[in-house]
Design a protein around this ligand. Structure first.
Ligand code: GYE
Length: 334
């Protein structure tokens, strides 16, 4: 090899090194994620799934922001992501309305948005690329069908509603009411928000149990497990047996709820899967590679109870409950 060739090769190697370096930096996909808060075990599992998955992927650079259940914090975080010029914005909206302006700003800045877990209510198409998450209306229906099949066609229900104005609270109520509308003997006699937290769930259940209708309550439908877990405490403290004097059904499928069902203190939980971080970053990578992605990506979920074999889906699309065992509790990841 002559001297000239050596110099050229060295220069080429150096260029490779430099471009190699800068390439690996600039090739990272910058993702800004705004999370609702840390209000429930479900949410904590969701956050772990997002952060854990981002860490696993060399392609992703994640900026994570916690909105502490306040929409204004979330809007601030999204504006911050826009001004930083991230490649993709994702968020789980605290409430369904009021995001139109900030979504338009993201669109103007040509930053694609992926909605995660909860949807938004917007009057215009094209303000986000995709929505990954559960079908909350169907979750509410499954809860309603479980009540019809296991409690019967006459029941007085107390309802612990999720965060007012949030998609899961609106949709779960809607789905549940759609089913019980066919059974005039099933009535919601109490309904109030417990903001998806254990503390609030307990507080509101205490007030239900002090109300004149207290002794009529036969079923508790809680929009998430954490509120149900708080309510179990309130019911016990009021000298009643949760899971027996009051049948308890909720949504999420967190491990602590499984334990309560196995112990006989609650009856059913409709699964809502928080472990969808991998699905999120798959979509982010596809968007970044210029590929088209589905506008709606549903999560796959089951229903768990203390009975087993109950079809809480439809005849055409059956979803059969699994009876909780110790083995199922032990293998539960969240
Ligand atoms: O059910 C609840 C959480 O948006 C599906 O938010 C989520 C809900 C979940 O606080 O536990």
């Amino acid at each position: 090899m002559n001297k000239f060739a050596t110099v050229i090769m060295a220069a080429a190697a150096a260029t490779l090194l430099v471009t190699g370096c800068s390439k690996s930096d600039s090739s990272k996909i910058k993702v800004g994620f705004s999370q609702v808060g840390a209000e429930s075990d479900w949410r904590k599992a969701s956050t772990e799934s997002i952060k854990g998955e981002a860490e696993k992927r060399a392609s992703i650079e994640l900026t994570f922001s916690d909105a502490q259940q306040k929409q204004e914090n979330q809007i601030k975080a999204i504006r911050n992501f826009i001004s930083k010029g991230v490649d993709v914005i994702s968020f789980s909206p605290v409430v369904a309305t009021g995001f139109e302006d900030v979504l338009k700003e993201a669109k103007e800045a040509e930053i694609p948005v992926v909605l995660f877990d909860r949807a938004v209510d917007v009057s215009e198409d094209g303000l986000y690329v995709s929505f990954i998450g559960s079908d909350f209306v169907e979750e509410g229906r499954r809860a309603g069908r479980w009540v019809v099949k296991n409690v019967g066609e006459n029941a007085n229900v107390a309802e612990l509603v999720g965060t007012v104005g949030s998609a899961p609270a609106i949709d779960r109520k809607k789905g549940f009411e759609e089913i019980i509308a066919n059974y005039p003997g099933i009535k919601i006699i109490k309904s109030q928000s417990g903001d998806f937290t254990r503390a609030k769930g307990k507080e509101v259940m205490e007030s239900f149990l002090k109300s004149p209708e207290a002794d009529q309550i036969q079923v508790l439908f809680a929009h998430n497990d954490d509120m149900a877990l708080g309510a179990i405490q309130a019911i016990e403290e009021a000298g009643k047996k949760p899971g027996k004097d009051i049948i308890i059904i909720s949504i999420d499928g967190v491990k602590t709820m499984f334990e309560q069902i196995l112990a006989g203190n609650a009856n059913c939980t409709v699964e809502c899967n928080p472990l969808i971080g991998a699905q999120l970053f798959d979509v982010v990578e596809q968007i970044h590679a210029g590929k088209s992605v589905p506008s709606r990506i549903p999560s796959v979920e089951g229903v768990y109870d203390n009975v087993g074999g109950v079809n809480v889906g439809t005849d055409r699309e059956p979803v059969v409950t699994k009876k909780i065992t110790q083995e199922i509790v032990d293998s539960r990841k969240y």
